[in-house]
Write a new protein. Sequence first.
Length: 381
Amino acid sequence: MADDFPVARTAIVGAATFGLGECPGWTSMEMAAQASRLALADAGIPLGEADALFVCTPDDFLSGLSLAEMLGIRPRLTDNNRTGGSAFMSHVAVAALALDAGYCDVAVVAHGSNQRSGAGGKLVSAARSSDWEAPYRPLFPLSSYALSAARHMHEYGTTRAHLAAVAVAARQWANANPEAFAKGPLSIDDCLSARMVSDPLTVRDCCLVTDGAAALVMTRADRASDCARPPVAVLSAAAATWHNQIGAAPDLTVTAARESGARAFAMARLAPADIDVVQLYDAFTINTILFLEDLGFCPKGEGGRFVADGHIAPGGSLPVNTNGGGLSCAHPGMYGLLALVEAVRQLRGDAASPVAHARHALAHGNGGTLSSQATVLLRAG
């Protein structure tokens, strides 16, 4: 079966973040609602015209109903797909299909989490280790990613210094971003000497635990040109799921990003060389290395050396996670929507660290324990 996607027939016309870092006194849903209002205002579209809601919050399994009620609207379509951090890329895919079919006119994609201020700084997730993994007392989900990192090191000679290079690059981008939660100097030695959490990953290899909300607004391309901000065309979106628990992964060094990325590139008739800026779900440093390889930006096994050579840092050949990513900007339970917002900002030219002449962007989400992968390709104008 061939993928059939409405290439460039829909566009993202509004984008916003709210409460990144710490946002005491707000519930997750209140934050998602505020981000939605801000994104609609960014697009210049009245709240009442939003007729489709795509939302996923960590503490409400009926998020679509709650957000509609809080916003005071009556959408024709709600979607509460929960695949973890990749959910929002899948939301973009379904929204594009629904808009193109005329099923809805204005779609809002939203997320909010108060896990830092409201949940004691602990990751809020309904996911747990399976009965087969639990006897080994893994730290969930950290130990699953540690297994992948250890296997990559064994097979390809990847080192802890290579992993550290990912964290250092993210911090360099974050230092220029007013919204970033973690700033200041960070060196390879700082990462290598940091507290070990789940071997071989230290605390510096792990994402932040923050509050935060984000939202996007999408509509059809024929209306997008009338909105308040420059439209960003949705060229393609593809998702792939290979397993849930890490123990069911057939290969700890290969993710379903290999499939979602290939399909997304084929839909858009683009190749990795066409991409000017990349936003990856970096819950852990190994993620960035795996996804760079599986999406085709470097050969399998070369990801560690690719990042250590400075390619993804400011001034490098492939700008990656230009807001600081989940490692240094914010990680409100699920980072996927923030990756999309940063991609949009880069293509509109209003990012904190704009990449000159950026025309094509890739945003990639990861859910579960390297379980669900989803890739979105965007174009300026």
